[in-house]
Design a protein around this ligand. Sequence first.
Ligand code: SF4
Length: 246
Amino acid sequence: MAGEPETIPGEPAVPSAAVREELARASRSLESAEPVEIVRWAAERYGDQLTMATAFGPEGCLIIHWLAAVAPRTYVFNLDTGYQFPETLALRERILKRYGIDVVLERPETTVADYERLHGGPLYRTDPDRCCGDRKLAVVKRVLARFGAWMSGIRRDQSPDRAAAPIVGWDHKYGVVKISPLANWTKAKVWDAIMREDVPYNPLHDQGYVSIGCQPCTRAIGAGEDERAGRWSGSAKTECGLHSRG
Ligand code: SF4
């Protein structure tokens, strides 16, 4: 790449003007591409510097379906906070069986038992930002330090925070390139593709759970509620912070 990112030890890398221009050009040219073509482009462009994070939502499962076809050796990981639903972890096994893709469970330094002992109880009740920071953000930072680009399943219509997500852009928070192949897809398009291609998905989606994260911070939603209303319900928190600018 012309003009590699500049790095300061301990700080996220900063892209040069040439890198920013290349990413903007790529994003514009991929804006109307099919997501599978975006996944293929990412795998060809970044090779073993590409990774993908998934919480096993429908979007992530669909991207894994495409990765299995175009770049099955990509390092795919899940942030295993210790608080995930058993159904989510069982889906990891189904994906392994179906695609041969062994999603790596990346874990925080402390077990749930040690973490709760250290803080006098579960922090998700009293300080969910700190809990997400320790059990998700610190882990994703650790993993992404080994890669140059990451891919995720976020969609622009999921939340105001995600509305401006480019297909390809610089992730200032982690100092890597971020690729969002489904940025301009809708929930309906994702589910059409899941059903058409018979992609494995979390059975909790059939029980009113729309956006699924950690068990203590996720509830099923009712008709007419926003798709992320079941996350950190009853608090002002709407994002774990993984996809917001740092
Ligand atoms: S979603 Fe809840 S349990 Fe999971 S890391 Fe965040 S606060 Fe903790």
